[in-house]
Design a protein around this ligand. Sequence first.
Ligand SMILES: [Zn+2]
Length: 277
Amino acid sequence: MSKPPIPPFTVRAEGDFCRAVVADPSWVCPTCDGRGGAIELDEHNYEVFTPCGCRRALARAELFDRAQIGCRFANADFASYKAKNPGQMRALEQVQDFVLMHGSVKRGLLLWGPVGTGKTHLILALFRELTLKKGVPCRFVDFGNLLQDLRRSFRGKAGDPDVMLPLVEAELLLVDELGKGRVTEWELTVLDDLISRRYNAGKITLFTSNFDPRPDSERPASNVNPAYDGRARQATGAGLGPLVERVHERIYSRLCEMCVFVEVPGADHRRAYTGRS
Ligand SMILES: [Zn+2]
């Protein structure tokens, strides 16, 4: 049986999440005529049902649905990302390269920059490509929502398996809004647990963050917020930078091993950037 064409999918918001459906509801696979396969003769001349490849292609819509992408991202694809400066263009290219190289890449991406630069949009565009065109299981999680789920489900215990296992086992995971919120000891334990388990399983994890991951020594002087600088020095004795101050050194050094850091700069790049939103 020849390779069936993959029907074009469209994505729409349904309830809290996005769903992928075949764009043309009257689409019928031309290879199997919608029968899902064909009767063929095997080497002993027995009739066997051979499933058509379109079944696997159509199952990619379910893969997309299982990524649990929030309904407000129904339009997030590469075509709808409008880069507003050369830095955003470079970020777009790096994310697209990740899609092209998927299968041979060993490290995830950590997209960082101010609010409103489309970091989450870029990673979800990547998810759309990988689920719908390559059949790769992906999963989105907003870190704040994960903590809420854990609080609700287990009264404060970090590792509820019902909540954590799907996140540990997803082939690709996006942890959105890393470092946001109060970042208590308990929250850091949850994050450390999730990241360590994925790291040990050799899974690739993607992150977005509003916090600059560079140490102060590598950041332009105008970007160093004196308030941060003072707090970081107080806590650690050195200006380690906004992200490490949020997630602490153990998690930060894991991130350095697991991810390529990609800056998604704001529209006005000259304005002092501190990671505060
Ligand atoms: Zn078919």
